[in-house]
Ligand binder design. Structure first.
Ligand code: 4AD
Ligand code: MG
Length: 477
């Protein structure tokens, strides 16, 4: 007999058929009712055991967490809360789970406890829902780009370049600690290292993606990205997944259009395809918010929030306008911000981004034309000589979801900017080549995938939307 998934059986109306299902026991009630889950859906299927005719030793082994195979008859359910159930005719324990030791009990666990049990937490409703939504979002990302003429490129994970110039890279070396050979100057001689040069884990695939956009036209990357910044926040990971589209001939306006359309497209996909999980997550969030003071509660439910983003235009605001708003806003005047905004040129902190999005505009905001001084070298300089064609997409509850720009396509300007920042031309000779041979206007952006999952699921800590988070002092599993 073929094994059916719980999802298939719950959607079936072929009653009285003989079925087989395999999964893990969530609860076993009154020596009679097993709530079985196999991960295919947030819902459990109820399997009714004929306890009078079942060996007592076997009944004892039906414990929370045990893996079981159940054969039986699919019938319309008598009980409340489910449409079908299985009248069990044969039950086999595939793997026992000692109830005294199994950490995931059928009650509420704190997220911190579950992070310490990240290998088992996917067996809870919340984490299985989050991970199914994450999977659907991944699919939607590929579908969106593939349907819109983009090619998927895989940029290197080990690189010799520092794309963001922020110096937050994990070093990759084959030298043994304290045994690295030195050159005449007493510095580590990387020419003897595995790659013959200093290398690191990538902080962004952008520079390589740009070279591919200049041949394939429209490309995107979707891969692991690493940052060695020591940020212990609810929005930073040391290892995260970034999506980076790059498009030849797109200017900044087209880039903003793409980011908005892309985010709306993938959210719509999840709204259409993850109804059960979203409803569960919406409820979870509602319960969580009840524990917060009224003022901190969200005005919209999770699904309302997602629909709101899909249905409304993002507000586009220049950095200069944003600074005016922030300089004159209440929290700035009353010195409530940790970092006060006094003058044009200030870098925006997440408290400012969130003020703009959550209090002032109350919708996603695209900020553009930032001061050149606070942005990366590759962004296109505006005619004013002091701002660049940068854009950040800011989201409620998240802050920065996307960072992108129109790229500096003029060789002479790019070289000047690199020189000013002491970036050596011989390190990026291949990048400069794209400006020498058939250079063209082009733009792209990077979207932090976990921040998107965070927003979509209504979770509040980025560590809870990736299976095994990597953060400072934490690389268990
Ligand atoms: O703004 P960032 O640093 O931009 C770039 O890396 C560009 N090269 C992208 C491009 O234009 N192709 O990073 C892009 C996004 C951020 O907006 C944020 O969503 C996410 O990546 N991000 C992180 N997500 C989780 N943990 C971190 N430590 C992150 N750092 C950036
Ligand atoms: Mg950024």
């Amino acid at each position: 007999m073929t094994t059916s998934s719980v999802k298939e059986l719950l959607n079936s109306d072929k009653f009285l058929q003989e079925v087989c299902v395999k999964g893990w026991v969530r609860t076993f009630r009154s020596n009679r009712f097993i709530a079985l889950n196999d991960g295919s859906t947030i819902k459990n299927i109820q399997c009714v055991v004929d306890f009078e005719n079942t060996d007592e030793a076997l009944l004892k082994r039906i414990t929370t967490g045990a893996a079981v195979a159940i054969k039986g008859t699919l019938v319309e359910s008598q009980g409340k809360g489910q449409s079908v159930e299985i009248q069990t005719t044969n039950l086999e324990i595939l793997g026992d789970s000692n109830p005294d030791e199994y950490p995931i009990q059928p009650r509420k666990h704190g997220f911190e406890f579950l992070r310490r049990n990240a290998h088992l937490r996917v067996r809870t409703n919340t984490f299985s829902a989050v991970m199914r939504v994450r999977s659907a979002l991944s699919f939607a990302v590929h579908q969106y780009f593939q349907q819109n003429g983009f090619y998927y490129v895989n940029t290197p994970i080990i690189t010799g370049s520092d794309a963001e110039g922020a110096g937050e890279m994990f070093k990759v070396t084959n030298f043994e600690t304290n045994k690295a050979p030195l050159n005449e100057k007493g510095e580590i001689d990387y020419s003897q290292d595995f790659f013959g040069k200093q290398t690191n884990l990538t902080v962004s695939g952008q520079l390589e993606a740009e070279t591919y956009a200049m041949g394939l036209g429209k490309v995107y990357t979707f891969g692991p990205t690493f940052r060695a910044e020591n940020s212990n926040t609810t929005r930073h990971l040391a290892e995260f997944w970034m999506i980076e589209p790059e498009v030849a001939f797109n200017d900044l306006d087209a880039n903003m259009d793409l980011s908005e359309d892309f985010i709306k497209g993938v959210l719509q996909y999840v709204l259409d395809n993850c109804k059960d999980d979203l409803e569960f997550l919406e409820n979870r969030l509602l319960q969580e918010e009840k524990t917060k003071p009224q003022a901190e509660r969200s005005e919209m439910s999770l699904i309302e929030k997602l629909k709101f983003v899909v249905d409304n235009n993002f507000k586009r605001v220049s950095y200069t306008e944003a600074i005016d708003i922030l300089r004159n806003c209440k929290p700035n005047k009353k010195k409530k911000f940790q970092y006060l905004i006094n003058e044009w040129g200030a870098d925006l902190q997440s408290e400012h981004e969130r003020y703009l999005v959550e209090k002032h505009f109350k919708c996603p905001v695209i900020l553009f034309d930032y001061p050149a001084k606070i942005k990366a070298f590759y962004m296109r300089l505006n005619e004013d000589g002091k701002t660049v064609r940068a854009m950040d997409v800011l989201f409620p509850g998240i802050g920065e979801m996307v960072g992108g720009s129109q790229r500096e396509e003029r060789l002479d300007v790019l070289k000047e900017k690199m020189a000013a920042l002491d970036i050596h031309e011989d390190e990026l000779w291949w990048y400069l080549d794209t400006r020498k041979f058939g250079t063209a206007v082009h733009s792209g952006f990077g979207l932090g995938f976990e921040r998107l999952v965070l927003f979509t699921t209504g979770m509040s800590n980025i560590r809870d939307v990736i299976p095994f988070p990597r953060t400072p002092q934490n690389a268990e599993f």
